[in-house]
Design a binder for this molecule. Structure first.
Ligand SMILES: Cc1cc2nc3c(=O)[nH]c(=O)nc-3n(C[C@H](O)[C@H](O)[C@H](O)COP(=O)(O)OP(=O)(O)OC[C@H]3O[C@@H](n4cnc5c(N)ncnc54)[C@H](O)[C@@H]3O)c2cc1C
Length: 514
């Protein structure tokens, strides 16, 4: 069996940044299930947050992040995030990420719930593409071994410590084992759980499913962030219309053409994502429409085309000139706030197993992610993983504490009328309808039961689609059962049968395999 010091699963910002740092300390293998550039990172538009502006400070960034997190942020982890942000930005610049500048200074924009302009961007709204291309070029030229079209299918654990990983060759469907000292999951999110989502096809919750099955703890899964504004055009997959569009002056209007956000909150169009998403749903319901609109027609066309070239071009290709016409939008699933539970060094409860990026949960987002903190979280905590492993230490922290509730998945599924294996679209429809932006106990119980029955009926996986479907169903169970347990509304989790925040629930829900 081939042996490496580091095996990194995933080639988005978290995986590639970690790989470049790990190379200084040992042999590295990157495994990725598609091509190196298939990931959510390359679709990121708005940018990356860091307190580098003259009117900004890590303290302000800290306050905004804590306030968005609605009582559930880990303050120590947030402090690390905001303090280490400027250093990680400098490293990205050194690696060659071409952040936009004016007169030699990096330009910053503002996004919802940030109190000042602190979002760095590249190529206008093509930040993720520039970051991904820069990092993948660096990895290619650094001699790091990358296995593309290779899906991590099982974590090998022996005597409570990671030994390696099983990998499916997506062309031949054959499986090979690799050994390592440190295994780092950087597998991204799970947007494919939902019928309407902004994510790449790779976002199927693989890291959650792999880690849970290996005995790792999974936390905060009920908090799935829905982006309020994805393009809603018939036959077009939802395409993100960045918050920065409203940050630059775009106005939300309902189907009658009336602005409405001030009817819901004094923060108006720049309110936190969950509030905007729910307000849009209410407005769609009121007007009997499946969409609302963003209006940028009052902005100078030059501003629109230069600040949002990517969005402008994409819409134009669909026959929509956004400098002259309203942009039809509706909410879509966007970001997995929960994930594999890690401490502030990226360590999980299994020795040798680490997680970073969207698949990890460092609890910096709390119950709701502040826009543009996720790319930042990926680079800050990737670096800390390598700092930790370079010292050869792996100190595990026991789970527990008064603010954590530990659970196992329910042993159910018998009541579901149909136990036939589902397809991807039935899963996505179920989650959208029962475990979406607005949830209630009745719908969640139904969904939990159906999902358990589906999981029991799955045949053994043989190829990439069947592994991904199995991973999505397990991830869906974790989201649904966590949402059922949390009998309150907080951050990105809204229960119409428990519409208020409850002090009793100022704690985290953790699942273990049991
Ligand atoms: C449209 C869009 C816009 C966004 N805009 C912003 C923004 O402006 N600012 C911001 O901070 N965040 C933004 N986000 C969120 C942010 O882009 C992601 O959270 C971040 O890029 C995740 O990086 P990652 O490296 O963790 O995962 P990804 O970039 O998704 O990479 C995951 C990698 O893991 C691989 N993988 C998955 N499973 C397996 C497996 N079983 N075996 C092998 N490989 C596997 C995938 O192929 C992929 O290479 C946006 C997200 C989207 C979808």
């Amino acid at each position: 069996m081939k042996h490496y010091d580091y095996i990194i699963v995933g080639s988005g910002i978290a995986g590639l940044f970690t790989a470049l740092l790990a190379k200084r300390h040992g042999s590295v293998l990157v495994i990725t299930k598609g091509s190196i550039d298939d990931c959510n990172t390359r679709h990121a538009q708005g940018g990356i947050a860091a307190a580098i502006g003259r009117d900004d400070s890590p303290e302000l960034h800290f306050k905004d992040t804590i306030s968005a997190g609605d009582g559930l942020c880990d303050e120590e982890a947030v402090r690390i995030l905001v303090d280490e942000a400027p250093g990680r930005i400098a490293e990205l610049v050194n690696l060659g990420v071409p952040f936009d500048t004016l007169d030699g200074e990096i330009t910053l924009t503002r996004e919802a719930a940030h109190s000042v302009s602190r979002i760095l961007h590249a190529g206008g709204d093509a930040t993720g593409e520039h970051i991904e291309t820069t990092l993948s070029n660096q990895v290619r030229t650094s001699g790091i071994q990358v296995l593309e079209d290779s899906l991590a299918s099982e974590i090998l654990v022996e005597d409570g410590k990671v030994r390696g990983i099983k990998v499916l060759d997506c062309h031949s469907d054959s499986v090979e084992e690799f050994a390592c000292r440190f295994l780092i999951l950087a597998t991204g999110g799970a947007g494919q759980l939902y019928k309407f989502n902004t994510n790449s096809d790779i976002a199927t919750g693989d890291g959650i499913s792999l880690a849970f099955s290996a005995g790792a703890e999974i936390i905060d899964m009920e908090f799935y962030q829905f982006h309020p504004t994805a393009l809603r055009l018939p036959g077009v997959t939802p395409f993100l219309i960045s918050e920065a569009v409203r940050g630059e002056g775009g106005i939300l209007r309902n189907a009658k053409g009336d602005p409405f956000m001030l009817d819901y909150t004094p923060d108006g169009d720049l309110a936190p994502r969950d509030i905007v998403a729910r307000s849009i749903l209410y407005e769609m319901d009121k007007t009997g429409s499946d969409r609302v609109f963003i209006d940028v027609t009052h902005l100078p066309p030059f501003t629109v085309t230069t600040r949002f070239p990517h969005i402008y071009r994409f819409c134009l290709e669909q026959g929509l000139n956004i400098t002259k016409e309203l942009i039809p939008v509706a909410p879509a699933a966007h970001y997995m706030i929960g994930g594999v539970k890690t401490n502030s060094w990226g360590e999980t409860n299994i020795a040798g197993l680490f997680a970073c990026g969207e698949t990890a949960c460092t609890s910096i987002h709390g119950a709701n992610r502040l826009a543009s903190n996720s790319l930042l979280e990926a680079v800050v905590f990737s670096e800390r993983i390598i700092d930790k492993t370079a010292g050869g230490v792996n100190s595990l922290e026991p789970t527990g504490g008064k603010n954590v509730v530990v659970n196992h998945l329910l042993n159910q599924g018998h009541e579901a009328k149909t136990a036939i294996s589902p397809g991807l679209s039935s899963l996505q429809t179920l989650l959208w309808e029962k475990v979406g932006i607005l949830r209630d106990g009745k719908g969640l119980v139904q969904a939990a039961d159906i999902l358990a029955a589906w999981q029991n009926s799955l045949p053994p996986p043989l190829d990439r689609p069947s592994y991904e479907l199995g991973n999505l169903i397990l991830t869906a169970r974790l989201v649904t059962e966590a949402a059922l347990l949390r009998e309150e509304s907080r951050g990105a989790h809204f229960r119409s049968d428990f519409p208020r925040r409850s002090p009793r629930w100022k704690r985290h829900i953790v699942f273990t395999r049991g």
